[in-house]
Design a protein around this ligand. Structure first.
Ligand code: PEP
Length: 252
C-alpha cells in the first residue's frame, strides 16, 4: 500500500512582486497560524523578495522557495543566483526546470539535473518540473515526453525528502486550460512508475507529485483529489492570499 505523502501547495510568483506584495505573504502566514491545514504551504517569490519575505513571515509555518538556481555555488555568472545564496536568503526549496525556463532560456534536461543536484548540495528541496507541449499531447506523446524529461532531469542525489516532482503541461500554464482528471491521473501514475526505476526502493511512493497548470479556487478540489496528486504548483492564483488560501483549503 502506498503511504500518501503530506501534500504541498506551492505558489510560484514568477516575475511578480514588490515590497508591497509582502502583505499577501503575511496574510497567508497569519491564516496558517489560525487554521489546521493538512498540507505544507510554500511561496516561491522572486529572489529579491526572499529575505524580506522570510523576515515578514518569521516564525510562521509558511515555507519559502526560489524559482531557479545556477548549478555552481559561486563564480563569474552575472545575474545568476546559486542554491547556496537562496538558502542563505531564507529558501528551503527551489523550482528547477520550469517550462518558462526551458523555453525562454533553452534549459536542457542535463542543465536541470545539474541545478537539482546543486539544490541538494545546498540543502534545498528541488521541485523539478516536467510537462508536455500541446503538440506533444495531441501527438499522443505526453507520457513519453514526461518520462524522458524525468529520467534526464533527476539527479542521483534525489530522494523522497529532497525532491518534489511537478507535472505541468506547458499548454495549461497561465491559459485557464486544464487536462481532464483522467489525463492528470494517467500522467501522475506514469511518473510514479518511472520513479520506481529511477530511485531506490520505497522512495518513489513517498516523493510528492504536484500538479501545476491553471489551478484555481474553482478547480482545486477536483484536481487535488486525483490519485497520485500530492499537491499543486500554483502560478497566477498564488499572487492573492485569498485565492491561494482557497486552494490550500481545498487540499483537505
Ligand atoms: C506555474 O507557473 O507553475 C503555473 C502553474 O502557472 P499558472 O497556475 O498560472 O498556470
Amino acid at each position: 500500500m502506498r503511504r500518501t505523502p503530506r501534500p504541498l501547495v506551492a505558489g510560484n510568483w514568477k516575475m511578480h512582486g514588490l515590497k508591497s506584495s509582502l502583505r499577501e505573504a503575511r496574510a497567508v502566514a497569519t491564516s496558517l497560524a489560525k487554521g489546521a491545514f493538512s498540507c505544507d504551504v510554500m511561496i516561491c517569490p522572486p529572489a529579491t523578495l526572499l529575505r524580506p519575505m522570510k523576515e515578514a513571515v518569521q516564525g510562521s509555518k509558511l515555507k519559502l522557495g526560489g524559482q531557479d538556481c545556477h548549478a555552481s555555488s559561486q563564480g563569474a555568472h552575472t545575474g545568476d543566483v546559486s542554491a547556496e545564496m537562496l538558502k542563505d536568503a531564507g529558501a528551503g526549496a527551489v523550482i528547477v526546470g520550469h517550462s518558462e525556463r526551458r523555453a525562454d532560456h533553452g534549459e536542457t534536461n542535463m542543465q536541470v539535473r545539474s541545478k537539482a543536484a546543486a539544490a541538494h548540495r545546498a540543502g534545498l528541496v528541488a521541485i523539478i518540473c516536467v510537462g508536455e507541449t500541446l503538440a506533444e499531447r495531441k501527438a499522443g506523446a505526453a507520457r513519453r515526453v514526461v518520462g524522458h524529461q524525468l529520467k534526464g532531469s533527476l539527479p542521483v542525489t534525489a530522494n523522497e525528502k529532497n525532491t518534489v516532482i511537478a507535472y505541468e503541461p506547458v499548454w495549461a500554464i497561465g491559459t485557464g486550460l486544464t487536462p481532464t482528471v483522467d489525463d492528470v491521473a494517467d500522467v501522475h501514475s506514469h511518473i510514479r512508475k518511472r520513479l520506481g526505476a529511477l530511485m531506490s526502493e520505497g522512495a518513489p511512493d513517498r516523493v510528492r507529485l504536484l500538479y501545476g497548470g491553471s489551478v484555481k479556487p474553482a478547480n482545486a478540489e477536483e484536481l487535488l483529489a486525483i490519485k497520485n496528486v500530492d499537491g499543486a504548483l500554483v502560478g497566477g492564483a498564488s499572487l492573492k492570499a485569498r485565492d491561494f488560501l482557497m486552494i490550500v483549503s481545498a487540499s483537505g
